[in-house]
Unconditional design. Structure first.
Length: 78
């Protein structure tokens, strides 16, 4: 089977898993789900196919660090 046909079939399976997660799963989780189902896939291939069909997982926002941790400590003048 040519690579394009395999990728198209894989894209369908990725869409199903992605929809099942309400659009939250990204490459690592989709890879794990497909492997659980018995599919032999590489995370790089999943990432490439997801980019080609414009899918992405949800990125969690991180809280910004408190100012004391972002600014270097001032040295006392000597």
């Amino acid at each position: 089977m040519p690579r394009q046909a395999c990728d198209a079939r894989l894209a369908d399976r990725i869409r199903v898993v992605h929809r099942g997660s309400d659009g939250t799963y990204g490459v690592p989780r989709i890879t794990a789900e497909l492997r659980e189902e018995g599919e032999r896939v590489n995370h790089k291939r999943i990432a490439r196919v997801m980019r080609s069909i414009n899918l992405a997982g949800v990125r969690l926002r991180r809280r910004p660090a408190p100012p004391s941790q972002t600014r270097p400590l001032r040295r006392p003048r000597t």
